[in-house]
Design a protein. Sequence first.
Length: 125
Amino acid sequence: MYGAEFTHLYPLQHQYTQQVDFAQLKSELQLIEKNDLASLKTDNDRLVTDMEKLKQRLREEITRTQAGVRLDLNLEKGRMRDESSGQELKIKEVDTRIEQEIANLRTTIQQSKVGCVLIRPLLFY
């Protein structure tokens, strides 16, 4: 009879042991899953932070580049204005010289006319 009880209890004990083992395994798997999820969340948060830093650096770099381009354009505009002013000054100098030459020619023509007028009566006497 002792053997029959043992045979009858053994499957129950074995079933109980399997349930305990299964519960422990389930608990371990849940803990591993929880740890993995926490690790993934930490990695994700770190990646999001890194992306935000990269976005900010990109914005700053774009701003610096735009400022550099604006500065270059303004310097070029200034250089062109200076060059244009220099050319305008040269044009005014040439214009002034031309006007002086014209005035000198008019003076010479007037003097020639006056000389001709004065010499003409002398020629006919």
